[in-house]
Design a protein around this ligand. Structure first.
Ligand code: FES
Length: 338
């Protein structure tokens, strides 16, 4: 079967549009382990299929990226083995990758099963190999399928599939990760003396024990982050020197650089105001009526407790463009044009 199987599988994946993915994710979500339920949703917001397709179809992708003010690492192809580092299931990536490549090459008639069923099958194979609950491998497997769809099987196979997590992070159980996310700081006497308000820890990379900053109760996330004077611009060139780990430009909800995913503690952030909701929609990051969604603008969200966030590796302004692009795709779909 080999190469022919791979081509059939790729063709099947290329037929999966945003609607098909929404449907698959809705079917999978109740079966995802809690430790990766929110993380998986965040990942799919960080790497939207429609934007990847629009860039692939563009005559001049670099010009389109400039038009949409895309900054940072927005291409999944440049981060196949690392884009999902914030998922607990990232630790199973080498096995998931191997299993998916083998599955893609031997599947004869992929269209006979739904996307969700294919994902379930590969996740179950990895879970069996690692002797885990399948709920732990489901999110990272869904991520792997979407990665193949966006970058192609050849590019997916070409990366080494290795991960770099320190042994302490690797040893953490899902329950320990969830307990850490739920924990709030005990207020020490020193802080009561130094600050009139409570002080909370904001974690911006759960895999790095150094990746935290302090936030005084009710501060905006970006205001607190700016007190962290470490050279974050060496890790992410979008970061402004001396302004902390979250990229910022305007601090007023105008530029979109400061979007973050909220892995834990979303309920300890201020409710979203209409302005933030509208801006998130205009940037293209999320459309939601939830008062405390999983994607926020860090310059608009205030914290009232310890929170764990993820900083996406890129930012842009593409909401209006994608709405138009989707409208243009619809007549072509009705005519049967791929
Ligand atoms: S810093 Fe510009 S939108 Fe937040």
């Amino acid at each position: 079967m080999g190469a022919e199987g791979g081509r059939l599988f790729e063709a099947f994946l290329n037929q999966q549009d945003e609607e098909a993915w929404q449907c698959a994710l809705a079917q999978l979500e109740p079966h995802l382990h809690e430790v990766d339920r929110t993380a998986t949703r965040i990942w799919f917001h960080f790497f939207p299929l429609a934007l990847a397709r629009a860039l692939q179809e563009a005559e001049d992708p670099a010009a389109l990226a400039r038009q949409l003010f895309l900054e940072g690492k927005y291409r999944l192809a440049d981060q196949i083995d690392s884009s999902h580092r914030f998922l607990y299931g990232h630790r199973y990536w080498p096995e998931v990758k191997r299993a998916l490549i083998a599955y893609a090459h031997r599947t004869r008639a992929p269209e006979r099963m739904s996307l969700a069923d294919h994902i379930r099958e590969v996740a179950a194979m990895v879970a069996e190999e690692r002797r885990l609950e399948p709920s732990l491998t489901l999110g990272i497997t869904a991520v792997a399928f979407m990665t193949v769809e966006q970058v192609g099987l050849e590019a997916f196979q070409a990366t080494p599939g290795t991960i770099a997590l320190d042994p302490r992070t690797l040893a953490r159980t899902p329950d320990e990760v969830l307990a850490r996310r739920a924990r709030d700081d005990r207020q020490r006497l020193f802080y009561w003396w130094k600050y009139p308000d409570k002080v909370w820890t904001i974690t911006f990379d759960e895999n790095d024990p150094e990746a935290t900053f302090r936030l005084i109760n009710r501060q905006h996330l970006t205001t607190a982050a700016a007190q962290d004077k470490r050279p974050h611009h060496l890790r992410d060139p979008r970061c402004v020197p001396n302004e902390g780990p979250i990229p910022v430009q305007c601090r007023s909800g105008s530029c979109g650089s400061c979007w973050v995913g909220v892995l834990g503690g979303a309920e300890k952030l201020s409710e979203m105001e209409e302005y933030e909701r509208r801006r998130l929609r205009e940037f293209g990051y999320i459309e939601t009526d939830e008062p405390k969604p999983i994607i926020r603008l860090a310059c608009q969200a205030r914290a009232f407790g310890a929170v764990s966030i993820v900083i996406p590796p890129w930012n842009g302004v593409f909401g209006r463009f994608l709405r138009k692009w989707r409208q243009q795709q619809r007549p072509m779909e009705l005519m049967g044009t791929p």
